[in-house]
Design a protein. Structure first.
Length: 510
């Protein structure tokens, strides 16, 4: 039997391994939103100024976003299982440090460490799925579960964050990661068997590491700073210029070095490139919505943190249904673009409903159906996107291909929070100015109306972004449906147009 065939033998413990991989992914995605709910309480307890509070979020985002490609290549080089376990242990220790923080410096440092170990953990988790599940139907089920967690975990974080903050205290939003990490690490150590021969033992591309990390950090920080300092701020503009120069230099370097950190073949493939781009755009819209709905429910409607968290349940239910019952069931029957394109449009329809938000809008009549549509659409689109982003890639590149998925999501989240929040703030200010007479009579009412007007103005942009994401998915992605046999082994044709599917990319010996 050939080495290529050996790589595709199914792992008998793969479904047990999926449980621990999914648990780790849930922990990472939860952490992206769980701290947001606890931030006001942590700020008061540690005496963090308003000017510095953003660093609780920014420290994590910079480390995580900047080191994802490095973490993906470390997984390819060092071994995905080992990287996965080390990432979990480090994340647990960083979380313990954050929960025990006695001052702002300790808290900021712990968040940066969480980002560092998250950058190891996230691509290792996705690439383990990519190399362990090779049968098309099994892969669809596995990525359905993973996609549901990746899409809905952020909303779960809002629920858990609200519960822990209200019933215990903010420190438990950090401590809760420890049992997740310990269980996942122990399970991974004893259960996961990484396929032999799938590592990339090439030397590490140090210039690529430095350029990509600095470029991504500059990009994420530029958008983060724009939210607070404005788009015309000198440092904001400087960050964007530096990011463009660094990332262009990175691309040129990768095209010339013998063992690149990010082989250009990974991103120049039209299917994977289409997935990275459309997924990043969709996350821009989704993260903006999380922010607006959280403020709308808590500030405008007066919901408690726990009630706010539970108000996101319909979105979670929609994402799980879309991912496991629609995406996973249809992925082996129809091309990915016929799931992703309509999925993003259904999500856009949910967003469109939310443009009708008013101060007294009905939760059951407006917000609930909008969330269901958004969840169904995103779940249906995320599932094939997660699978297609790593399928067909050479095993030695699966870690860095997985890192690109996380990078597109992380950058999308940073852009979404900054861009849409800036649009909302500008619209709110314009509304307040044009309705100054109302402010003289009832300033509190004007404040709330301005806020809601700002939200709906930004949500219109989110609708447009999702429509563009749908168009990119339909235009760029031409991979046909996978065959029912082992991924990469078949020679089946694509969809009705005869497009060859993505699984036929050969494994080239390094």
């Amino acid at each position: 039997m050939s080495k290529t065939a050996d790589l595709r033998l199914p792992d008998p413990s793969r479904w047990k391994a999926l449980a621990f991989i999914a648990l780790a992914q849930l922990m990472v995605v939860l952490d992206a939103t769980i701290v947001n709910i606890a931030l006001p309480h942590a700020q008061t307890a540690l005496g963090i100024s308003d000017a510095n509070k953003q660093w609780v979020i920014t420290a994590y985002a910079l480390a995580f976003g900047g080191l994802l490609l490095f973490g993906g290549r470390i997984a390819d080089l060092w071994g995905r299982k080992r990287t996965f376990v080390v990432g979990l242990i480090g994340f647990a220790l960083a979380s313990a440090l954050g929960g025990a923080a006695q001052n702002q410096g300790m808290l900021f440092g712990s968040r940066a460490l969480q980002g560092v170990f998250g950058a190891l953990l996230a691509p290792a988790a996705l690439s383990l799925l990519a190399v362990m599940f090779t049968d098309a139907k099994e892969r669809a089920k596995a990525f359905g579960i993973y996609g549901a967690i990746a899409g809905g975990g952020g909303a779960v974080g809002l629920i858990l964050g609200g519960f822990l903050t209200q019933t215990l205290n903010w420190r438990w939003t950090f401590f809760v990661n420890i049992p997740f990490a310990i269980i996942a690490a122990a399970g991974a150590y004893f259960v996961i068997r990484e396929p032999a021969g799938s590592r990339n033992r090439a030397s590490l591309d140090i210039p690529g590491v430095v350029l990509s990390a600095l470029g991504l950090v500059s990009l994420v920080y530029g958008f983060t700073r724009a939210e607070s300092a404005g788009w015309s701020d000198g440092l904001t503009i400087g960050m964007f210029v530096a990011s463009a120069v660094l990332l262009l230099s990175f691309a040129l370097t990768e095209s010339r070095v013998k063992s690149p950190l990010l082989p250009l073949r990974v991103v120049l493939d039209r299917n994977r490139g289409g997935v990275y781009l459309s997924l990043g755009l969709a996350v821009i819209a989704m993260f903006g919505l999380f922010l607006f709905l959280t403020y709308y429910l808590q500030v405008v409607r007066g919901y408690s943190p726990i009630r706010t968290g539970f108000a996101f349940l319909p979105m979670i239910a929609g994402m799980i249904t879309g991912s496991t019952q629609i995406g996973a069931r249809l992925m082996t029957r129809v091309p990915a673009r016929k799931l992703m394109g309509p999925g993003f449009l259904v999500a856009a329809l949910g967003m469109l409903l939310l443009t009708q938000l008013e101060i007294g809008s009905s939760y059951v009549g407006l917000i609930l159906p909008a969330q269901l549509l958004l969840g169904l659409g995103m779940g249906t689109a995320f599932m094939p996107a997660m699978s297609l982003a790593t399928h067909g890639v050479e095993p030695r590149d699966s870690g860095v291909a997985s890192a690109m998925v996380n990078t597109s999501q992380q950058v999308g989240g940073a852009i979404g929070t900054a861009l849409l929040n800036t649009i909302a703030a500008s619209a709110a200010t314009a509304y307040a100015t044009s309705h100054a007479a109302l402010g003289a009579k009832n300033p509190e009412l004007l404040k709330l109306q301005s806020m809601v007007h700002g939200f709906t103005g930004a949500i219109w942009w989110a609708v447009g972004i999702l429509v563009v994401a749908s168009a990119i998915a339909v235009t760029f992605i031409n991979a046909g449906r996978p065959s029912a046999g082992p991924a990469g082994a078949g020679s089946g044709r694509g969809d009705a147009e005869g497009v060859e599917d993505e699984f036929k990319i050969p494994v080239v010996a390094h």
